[in-house]
Design a protein around this ligand. Structure first.
Ligand SMILES: [Zn+2]
Length: 340
């Protein structure tokens, strides 16, 4: 088959790769229905975290089970499945506590490379969630979104302790931040403030349930949030970028006793201990345990109660994956869906 490899900064190629095979009896092979480019793929694309070898890319996926290992009990070929970016056994103590992305046996799907027509999924029983029937094509973008961006936005809102009647701020207007807005709305937040200076993203945030947009950033942004919350700051803040500036903007926008849910992959963030100490703010985040939320999120999509697939504003054939990266890097696209 052909698959996506990153050779170096801004050098994505779609080229021959070995067909995936069952390597362990708990594996499944799936035929990709749709995959996509993640905001976090842009870190290595822009030259961060690169190795000197070409690396397979892609960790968001949904598709049809082609083949299962002999120990897989809960799946059968022909089922439509969605999984998360970490494979997990879903049986260990950490999984039982709902932190499947930190499973004692977690395996990164990115190492397999989901931007490809076929994918090996380790620990298939624990990782994959099957739908009752094969869904229509129209639902594919939203089902694909549950695999990472929606699951991550949902975790961020949950980690930020979003509750009915609360005020929520979202730092980061990428797909995860936008779906953090959708999640906060679903969880009953009263006021949802999106920090964004990008017109198309502002519009989508409003569609997902944002009640206000703040265009200022850094200290000015924090001052605006304070002004809008009686000088106190928000109850719940979602951080979906991962830089020093965005993390401090999130912490400083939160009232004492409030919660920050941070899901932007941390790059060069160093927290000032004394400021964090006196902030009195709860900090919780990390790689979202998407598997915890998948059954609920898939159900919401199948019942058409939410439409997270709206974050995909570009669809390309999989072999044009390099253009998908370019469009997202240049912020011409919010998120690119790829069809084999
Ligand atoms: Zn586990």
């Amino acid at each position: 088959m052909k698959g996506t490899l990153l050779y170096g900064p801004r050098d994505v190629r779609f080229e021959d790769r070995p067909d995936p095979h069952l390597l362990e009896p708990t594996d499944a092979i799936i035929r990709m229905s749709a995959t996509c480019v993640c905001g976090s793929d842009l870190w290595p694309y822009r030259g961060d975290d690169l190795s000197d070898q070409p690396i397979p890319m892609g960790h968001e996926y949904c598709g049809i089970v082609e083949e299962i290992g002999r120990d897989v009990q809960h799946l059968r070929p022909g089922q439509f499945v969605v999984g998360s970016f970490f494979a997990s056994d879903n049986t260990c103590p950490i999984c039982n506590d709902g932190y499947q992305s930190r499973c004692v046996d977690a395996r990164p799907i990115g190492a397999e490379g989901a931007q490809a027509p076929y994918l090996r999924v380790p620990l298939a029983d624990g990782t994959l969630v099957a739908t009752p029937e094969v869904p229509s094509d129209a639902l594919l973008p939203s089902l694909l979104a549950t695999s990472d961006v929606l699951g991550t936005g949902w975790f961020a809102a949950d980690a930020a302790n979003v509750k009915p009647g609360k005020t929520v701020v979202v730092v980061g207007d990428g797909a995860v931040g936008l779906l953090g807005v959708l999640s906060a709305k679903q969880m009953g937040a009263e006021q949802i403030i999106m920090m964004s200076r990008h017109e198309a993203r502002q519009q989508l945030a409003l569609k997902f349930g944002a009640t206000a947009i703040v265009t200022e950033r850094g200290d000015e942004g924090v001052a605006r949030i304070k002004e809008m919350t009686g000088g106190l700051g928000a109850h719940s803040v979602i951080e979906a970028v991962g830089t020093q500036e965005s993390m401090m903007q999130a912490i400083r926008s939160t009232r004492p006793g409030g919660h920050v849910g941070y899901v932007g992959v941390s790059h060069g963030v160093a927290l000032p201990g004394l400021e964090v100490f006196f902030s009195g703010v709860h900090l919780h985040g990390g790689p979202a345990p998407v598997r915890r939320y998948l059954p609920h999120l898939i159900d919401l999509v199948l019942k058409e109660k939410i439409n997270p697939g709206l974050v995909f504003d570009q669809t390309l054939p999989l072999d044009q994956v390099a253009e998908g990266y370019r469009a997202m890097d240049e912020r011409r696209a919010i998120k690119t869906l790829l069809r084999p």
